[in-house]
Write a protein that binds this ligand. Structure first.
Ligand SMILES: Nc1nc2c(c(=O)[nH]1)N[C@H]1C(S)=C(S)[C@@H](COP(=O)(O)O)O[C@H]1N2
Ligand SMILES: [Mo]
Length: 339
């Protein structure tokens, strides 16, 4: 199957978007995780998050402001463009309609098969062209910068989209702390490939581990995010626990899940989907309604939760609507050539 499997632009009107409630034990599991976080070193993170929330609320209600904001659900990001106004996708959809091929190629497979993924203990190795290489454990990573809530659109290359409130911080925070050398031009993200926990690892669907990459200036852009949570809770395993990338102006496959290694390189890394089908999935993969996938149009998208017989497709936005923030990164580049 390989590359062909990534690509059903439209499953028709009756594609299976599950909208059942997440099973109670899943919630219980995540609450448990949150409690552990709060009890341990993660407490500092949650505490600072709450403190920042209080600060933001105070700021919002201070005199001279054009009206009071509604109570904030978390520490809303001040990064320009980080809070889209689109209605967030239902949690039940965002956590059951997933691409995470290590756990299966059906949209429902990750939610079915990722439950037992061991996300603790977890480490992320920092390697390559940096002055401070090393191994960070998850606790250290969680404390690296204050957690923020950001509401991003996510556009999958297959032609569907969601709106997800993530919890995390800018990838740039980490990049700065590890001090890239002058030779660092790209950042490579290597994700977990454990055949004991991931049923598809070992199959030939993709070349494992799933690897993604960004150019250094993209990695430093404040909208590029390391996410640890969504909807105010710890990430469900199927969404890339315990830590994933979120790059909202690029097709969803750039947002690597369950990261175990971040490597700084002088050369453009080979990425999983680019290796699988070079002419279909470029290194940049910026969302672009004017550059079609060889097998389907990218001009429109289905917003998950809005499907149904009479649902209209939405026009896909250049850079997924983040052009004002990111277009300058690509000034002078031919976006058809560097797709
Ligand atoms: N490790 C890994 N990361 C991955 C994938 C994958 O198969 N494996 N799929 C990608 C694709 S195609 C998309 S659209 C997003 C989906 O993220 P979500 O399930 O949280 O919406 O994850 C991306 N990250
Ligand atoms: Mo995707």
């Amino acid at each position: 199957m390989s590359a062909r499997s990534h690509g059903h632009p439209d499953h028709g009107f009756l594609h299976p978007v599950p909208s059942e409630i997440t099973p109670a034990e899943v919630y219980a599991g995540r609450r448990q995780w949150l409690r552990q976080l709060a009890a341990g070193t993660g407490g500092a993170v949650l505490a600072s998050w709450a403190a920042r929330d209080a600060l933001a609320q105070a700021a919002a209600s201070s005199p001279g402001r054009p009206g009071k904001l509604a109570p904030l659900p978390g520490n809303r990001s001040a990064v320009p463009g980080a809070m889209v106004m689109d209605k967030p996708t239902a949690y039940a959809d965002a956590s059951t309609y997933n691409n995470f091929y290590e756990f299966g190629t059906d949209k429902a497979d990750p939610a079915r098969n990722a439950g037992k993924l061991q996300t603790r203990p977890w480490t992320v190795a920092i390697e390559g062209e940096v002055k401070k290489p090393g191994v960070l454990d998850l606790e250290a990573l969680l404390k690296l910068a204050p957690m923020e809530e950001r509401i991003y659109r996510l556009r999958c290359v297959e032609g569907w989209s969601m709106v997800i409130p993530w919890v995390g911080f800018s990838l740039a925070e980490l990049v700065r702390k590890v001090e890239p050398t002058g030779n660092a031009k790209y950042v490579e993200f290597v994700t977990l490939a454990d055949p004991k926990q991931m049923p598809m690892v070992g199959s030939r669907v993709l070349d494992w581990p799933y690897v993604e990459g960004l150019r250094m200036d993209e990695a430093m852009h404040p909208l590029a995010m390391l996410a640890f949570g969504m909807y105010g809770e710890v990430l469900p395993n199927q969404n890339g626990a315990p830590v994933r990338l979120v790059v909202p102006w690029k097709y969803g496959f750039k947002s690597a899940k369950s990261i175990v290694k971040i490597r700084f390189t002088d050369r453009q890394p080979g990425t999983a989907w680019n290796k699988a089908a070079q002419q279909e999935y470029g290194f940049f993969s910026n969302v672009n309604p004017e550059v079609d996938h060889p097998r389907w149009s990218q001009a429109t998208e289905r917003r998950i939760g809005e499907d149904g017989l009479f649902a209209k497709k939405r026009p896909t936005l250049m850079f997924n609507g983040y052009g004002p923030q990111v277009a300058s990164l690509y000034a002078g580049m031919d976006l058809r050539k560097f797709f």
